[in-house]
Design a protein around this ligand. Structure first.
Ligand code: RAM
Length: 544
């Protein structure tokens, strides 16, 4: 009997020790469930609106149109409801704006008797060129499944069919693939049950603002609205999920538009609740069936956790959340410091190989940018710490910051041209200067000079390729006092998309290359992308 008791006690101690040890290794083991519950309780109600198409349109190739295609209006959309589909075989419709939701339609027989099923192909597109570029044969890249084409076999009439996947589009093309020669049918009705959690705009631009500013603000807020679902998604067409880098910018735009701060809070808790065992926030988060992440750590995004929490606190004065999530912010900083050597140099050869994403521009060297992103995060975390009285916990940050700063100034600053040069090949890029200014490594006239250098057309300067990176360019310009130039920059870059017909801002945009695509296939680009919505923030913060 005694032996059994001893055995059981030993077993109990060993099991408890193991549980204790594994909880010890798992930094936030005791917090995650609570954090995810907070996130779950903040899940917003979606608002729905049934939207029907406005026009039947016909595609026209046009070298002056964005990506070479435009649509011309042929007729009112409701003409289609009485028209025998066999008189058309294919029809394109324009819903007049970008919508996200579930698409339903029904058919009716208009002559004779239905003696076979009807096979229809639906292709949904955010942009005209997307609807007119053949998807197949598909070259490898992002999954072919993102492209929004669906084949539906209709076997019953007068009954709504809803396409199971959520869609994001302005245009739809319907093609008849198979039907018996005996009868004819018509589309009887169709609509998208458009959904968003955004609600009403709480902030508007002054009536007397120039039209282009009003247009940019409208397109930017529409972009954000479409991305606001049960989380802040990066793009309702693709990837339909929460990304931390996008969230930071959405939080800034949200302040000057829908002011849905609970959604920011929910997203912060989702990132906290899905941290790795090491306590790291992963770059993106999927909501279903239960919150989870993917395993490629993206350091610059994890560094933006502090910034997003700080912005949230500034907007809401919700000190409870700031205090609760403070340790997550701090953990991201400690992790970032682990990539630095004793001189404050970031180890580009580190075996953990985090993803150092700053832009999709090919061949961009990010050595200077990553150092500066760490400094920026130190500054932001320090500000956060001051607000919540935790400065004593981060008193060592200052010395680390000075080391990083000294290191990059000594190794990567070209005194002659007054610009930062990145990496072994001393690459001059727009982004390196922008991040140096955002990190306050450069300021005043020195900063202006560097920005002017890289913004002046020059073959040797690496430009940026996405509105994400352009956000930081514009922010850097405002920050160093180039207000007039910065405003012009915002109007010219984002206004350029408006002039090319954007209803929502695009994931990738280069004014000189309409076909730029991170995925080597422009129909895969998302034409309504979260990180492109920040003109709302610029206009309200700086366009006085
Ligand atoms: C893309 C997404 C997202 C971005 C990441 C890095 O797949 O579009 O917006 O944050 O990459």
């Amino acid at each position: 009997m005694n032996k059994i008791i001893i055995l059981l006690t030993t077993l109990f101690i060993s099991v408890s020790f193991q549980t204790f040890a594994s909880t010890q290794n798992d930094v936030f083991a005791n917090d995650r469930a609570k954090w995810l519950e907070i996130a779950e309780n903040l899940k917003p109600e979606l608002k729905y609106e049934k939207i029907r198409p406005l026009h039947i349109v016909k595609a026209q190739k046009d070298k002056n149109a964005f990506q070479g295609w435009k649509f011309n209006i042929v007729d009112k959309a409701d003409k289609i409801y009485t028209k025998g589909f066999k008189t058309m075989w294919s029809v394109s419709l324009d819903f007049g704006n970008h919508y996200t939701g579930y698409f339903s339609f029904k058919t009716k027989i208009i002559s004779k008797v239905m003696d076979s099923p009807i096979r229809l192909k639906f292709t949904f597109a955010e942009l005209p060129a997307e609807l007119n570029t053949p998807f197949d044969p598909y070259k490898p890249g992002l999954s072919r499944a993102w492209l929004q084409d669906e084949i539906i076999t209709v076997t019953e009439q007068d009954k709504y069919i809803t396409i199971p996947r959520r869609l994001s589009f302005r245009y739809v093309k319907i093609e008849l693939l198979g039907v018996s020669g005996y009868f004819d049918f018509a589309i009887d009705d169709m609509y998208i049950n458009a959904q968003t959690s955004a609600g009403d705009l709480k902030v508007s631009v002054p009536e007397n603002s120039p039209q282009i500013i009003k247009d940019i603000n409208k397109v930017a807020s529409n972009t954000l609205k479409e991305c606001m679902q049960t989380v802040f998604e990066d793009g309702p067409k693709r990837d339909q999920r929460l990304w931390l880098g996008d969230l930071y910018l959405q939080a800034l735009a949200n302040r000057y538009s829908y002011q849905n701060f609970d959604l920011v809070k929910r997203c912060l808790y989702l990132f906290a609740g899905t941290t790795t065992k090491e306590g790291l926030t992963m770059p993106c988060c999927f909501e279903r069936p239960k919150p989870h992440t993917q395993d490629h750590f993206l350091l610059p995004y994890s560094l933006l956790f502090s910034s997003t929490l700080l912005e949230y606190l500034n907007d809401t004065n919700d000190y409870q959340t700031a205090n609760d999530l403070w340790k997550v912010a701090k953990r991201q900083m400690e992790n970032a410091f682990s990539y630095l050597d004793e001189n404050g140099a970031y180890n580009m050869q580190d075996k953990r190989r985090p993803w150092l994403f700053f832009d999709w521009r090919k061949n961009l060297d990010v050595t200077v940018s990553i150092h500066c992103a760490i400094i920026f995060a130190i500054n932001q975390t320090t500000e956060l710490a001051k607000k919540i009285g935790k400065e004593n916990e981060i008193s060592h940050y200052k010395a680390i910051k000075e080391k990083i700063k000294t290191n990059i100034i000594n190794n990567y600053f070209d005194k002659q041209n007054g610009v930062f040069v990145s990496g072994k090949n001393k690459q001059i890029s727009q982004l390196s200067q922008a991040w140096a200014i955002i990190a306050e490594v450069m300021s005043g006239d020195e900063a202006k000079r560097a920005m002017k250098y890289v913004l002046t057309p020059n073959q040797n300067v690496v430009k940026v390729g996405t509105p994400y990176a352009n956000h930081y360019i514009a922010e850097a310009m405002f920050k160093c006092g180039m207000n007039t130039e910065a405003k012009e920059y915002v109007v010219s870059y984002w206004g350029g998309m408006v002039k090319k017909g954007a209803d929502t801002f695009w994931e990738a945009y280069d004014p000189n290359d309409d076909f730029i695509s991170p995925y080597r296939f422009h129909p895969q680009n998302s034409a309504c992308h979260a990180w492109s919505c920040t003109p709302v923030y610029f206009i309200h913060k700086y366009f006085k």
